[in-house]
Every structure is written in structure tokens, then in C-alpha cells.
Design a protein around this ligand. Structure first.
Ligand code: SAM
Length: 310
């Protein structure tokens, strides 16, 4: 996952956990403590501090009043925009930064079913749920998302699904260091959005899983919105995944929607994915956008219309 704003290069960001406090109160506390900070222009629950600001020991972080979360990592839940009271699924959830963000959005009347296949990582999610006071909203389970049964009555009321599966992480600072080094050594890749030869097999496998998981997400009968995200800059894990699941999406009544229209950087048109479809997609550029490299696509369907069509 994105390295949650740990970078010295990007502005430090902290998401206000609105289950515990208001943005106004958090801003007052930080400013009162002498920090320079402001509310982010795009994500209205995110506070932005100068790069390198160390907040780890701050009392609001310790108490779960704010969560240290990178700006890029906040985009998927913001784009998914579940309404208050909705039930959601977070398909690949640990360590739960987006899960607790969803919990704050749906509130105590809502719910988030959080799945992760890795027990250790799920433990961290549960700890994060406790710190943020969202443990009563989140139902965490160690389970392969592909085995979660869409016909199970338990999920019959789920309206939004966030899918943030394992990816190459090629948009994150640590991984980008590798990319830059490799480029310096062999200089055979002049497009950073294309997969490097050394990463090829791994990325193929990741993309195959990403497509399977996203196709599975479309099978939940009452789901209205699905977000798909990666912290990769590779088209293979981003636009190509979207293009390759489009048939399955359309079959289930889903269409791509123009996610977070206020955000300037959009997806890349590729063979089989038109300019207008690419404009629906969100990209963050790790060298241009003061955040790690990221990708988000949002699919939406009119459940009522799909149902009446049978
Ligand atoms: N959304 C998380 C957050 O914001 O904190 C980060 C998720 S991370 C990018 C991807 C997660 O997918 C990992 O925790 C990994 O264990 C999990 N995962 C991989 N394959 C899975 C599967 N088949 N079912 C459920 N989870 C899976």
C-alpha cells in the first residue's frame, strides 16, 4: 500500500477521524500546538502539513482523533463516496486505512465488512479499528475476497465496494527508487507507465488477480458503486485492468463514472479504452502531484433499472 505519507518529499497529511472529532477542532489543536497546517483542497477531512513534519507522537494520532494517511491513499474512499448509513465491503482491506476512512464516512448507522487474506495484516486492521473507535462499525474477517459469496444474505444490503488489491507498488517512493536505479543502469525504458522487463512476470500475475477480484466485485447484487485502486503507475495494473473487465462490468449493469471531477490528472487512453473513458479515471503522478503514484476507477450502476430489466 502507499506508505501513508511517511515521505520527506511530499507534504505530510493526516486524515481527521470524524467519528472522534471535527475538522475544525483538529485544525485548532494542531495550530494551537504551533503546527503550520491547512485543510486539503480536494479531501475535506484531510489536513496538510509541510513535508517532514513529524506527527507520530502527537496526542491526536495516539488517540485516533487523526490518522496518518497519505493524500493518495485517501482518494479511493473519497471517490467511492458511500453515503451515511450505507453498508460497504472493503475487499483487500488490511492494514485498514481506507477501511477506517469508510467507517467514518458511513458512520455508526452504517457498516463495513473488511476482508484480508493475511492474518497478520488483519490483526493490524483490528488494532486500527480499535484506536479509531470504528470497531463496532467494521466487521473484519480473514478470508480470500474471491471466496466471499455474493449470494450470502449477510451482504445483500451492501451498496458500495472498495477494492484496493495487492499491486506492484510502482508509484510509491521506495519502489520508485528501484525504478530510477534500474533506469540509470540499463536505460531501456523511456516510459514510466510501461512495465519494466524485470517486473514483467510479477506484474502479469498481479494484474490477473486484480481483474479476477474486480470482476468478482461486480457480482454483489445490491452494490451500486465499486472503486478499484492501486498505488502503481503501470498501465497494466490500471487502465488495462479497467479495459479488460469492462465486458463483465457492463453485463452486470456497471458503467465507468467521472470520479472526483475536481482532480486534474486523468487516466491514459489505450487500445480498447477511449479518451472519454480514460477521462473518468484518476491518476496521481508521484513526481508532479505532491503525493505517491496512484490510480482510481469508479464504476456505478442503477440497481433499480438493472433489477427491472431482470
Ligand atoms: N486497503 C489497504 C489500506 O488502505 O490500508 C491496503 C491494501 S494492500 C494494497 C492489499 C491487501 O490485499 C494486502 O493486505 C493483502 O494481504 C490483501 N490480499 C491479497 N490477496 C487477497 C485476497 N485474495 N483476498 C483478500 N485480501 C487479499
Amino acid at each position: 500500500e502507499a506508505s501513508e505519507g511517511a515521505s520527506v518529499r511530499y507534504s505530510r497529511t493526516a486524515r481527521v477521524n470524524t467519528l472522534k472529532m471535527t475538522v475544525k477542532d483538529a485544525l485548532e489543536v494542531f495550530r494551537g500546538d504551533g503546527f503550520e497546517c491547512d485543510v486539503d483542497a480536494l479531501i475535506d477531512t484531510l489536513l496538510v502539513f509541510p513535508a517532514g513534519t513529524d506527527l507520530h507522537a502527537h496526542r491526536l494520532v495516539k488517540s485516533g482523533g487523526v490518522v496518518l494517511q497519505g493524500r493518495a491513499s485517501c482518494l479511493p474512499a473519497a471517490a467511492l463516496a458511500p453515503e451515511r448509513g450505507w453498508a460497504c465491503i472493503d475487499g483487500c482491506a488490511a492494514p485498514g486505512n481506507k477501511t477506517t476512512q469508510l467507517a467514518a464516512m458511513v458512520g455508526r448507522e452504517g457498516g463495513v465488512y473488511a476482508f484480508d487474506a493475511d492474518a497478520k495484516r488483519l490483526k493490524r486492521l483490528k488494532e486500527n479499528a480499535t484506536t479509531t473507535g470504528s470497531h463496532a462499525i467494521i466487521r473484519a474477517k480473514c478470508q480470500d475476497f474471491l471466496t466471499v459469496d455474493p449470494a450470502n444474505q449477510q451482504y445483500a444490503s451492501v451498496r458500495a465496494l472498495l477494492l484496493d488489491p495487492s499491486c506492484s507498488g510502482s508509484g510509491t517512493e521506495v519502489n520508485r527508487g528501484d525504478i530510477m536505479l534500474r533506469e540509470a543502469l540499463c536505460d531501456d525504458n523511456d516510459d514510466e507507465n510501461e512495465v519494466d522487463a524485470a517486473d514483467h512476470d510479477r506484474v502479469e500475475k498481479l494484474a490477473a488477480f486484480q481483474k479476477k477480484a474486480l470482476t468478482h466485485a461486480f457480482n454483489f447484487p445490491e452494490v451500486q458503486r465499486v472503486s478499484y485502486s492501486t498505488c502503481s503507475v503501470y498501465e497494466k495494473e490500471n487502465e488495462e485492468v479497467v479495459r479488460d473487465v469492462m465486458g463483465a462490468a457492463n453485463e452486470r449493469g456497471f458503467k465507468l463514472v467521472h470520479a472526483l471531477p475536481a482532480w486534474h490528472r486523468r487516466g491514459i487512453a489505450i487500445d480498447g479504452l477511449s479518451e472519454s473513458q480514460a477521462r473518468c479515471l484518476i491518476r496521481a503522478d508521484p513526481t508532479e502531484d505532491d503525493m505517491e503514484g496512484f490510480f482510481v476507477a469508479v464504476f456505478e450502476r442503477d440497481v433499480e433499472r438493472t433489477r427491472s430489466k431482470g
